[in-house]
Design a protein around this ligand. Sequence first.
Ligand SMILES: Cc1cc2nc3c(=O)[nH]c(=O)nc-3n(C[C@H](O)[C@H](O)[C@H](O)COP(=O)(O)O)c2cc1C
Length: 188
Amino acid sequence: MEILNILGSPRKNGTSARIAKAFAETAERRGADIYSYYLNGLQYRGCQGCEGCHTRSDKCILRDDATEILDKMYTADVVVFSTPIYFGDASGQFKLFYDRMWSLIGPEYKKDPENASRLEAGKIAVLILAQVARSSEHEDVLDRYTMYLEMYGFKVLPIVAKGLDMMPNTDISTFAMEAEQLARELVI
Ligand SMILES: Cc1cc2nc3c(=O)[nH]c(=O)nc-3n(C[C@H](O)[C@H](O)[C@H](O)COP(=O)(O)O)c2cc1C
């Protein structure tokens, strides 16, 4: 099983990264191949809206560090997307990459939006969100990213770490356990 681990927080050992690590390490112990990408350390641009991926090419025509990650989406069985909540949305690093995923949608999206993904249907997306807020305050973020991931054909399994402290070393053990359990269920 191939697992793509996309880390959207600038904090390498922050809360979302450690939850993703708990998932990845458990999955790796069970035989999965893990490919991790720390977005903050990569050089890539946001989507230019050029529509080159729907006219001139079947891929994003930008060539940078996001290219390899986008290519890996085709072969991955599971993609872990993790991000902190920044001002009611994903981090800037995460959003910049996420927009590039537009190239994974085929040109038929207007006629048949339900079947527009260039990815094989049925891949799993583990969506890890980390936030200070305890309430349902950022549920729109989960709903929105779930909706778009479903458009790509992913089945979305969320882990929402609420009520965290602002500090990177905050205790995330409950959510790490949730991630480990999920990895055990997915990598049999
Ligand atoms: C610039 C910035 C904006 C933030 N905005 C929010 C927010 O809107 N809602 C919230 O609950 N937490 C917010 N936080 C707190 C982070 O989401 C929280 O600390 C999270 O655990 C960080 O995840 P990380 O350790 O993976 O980076 C913000 C933090 C920063 C630095």
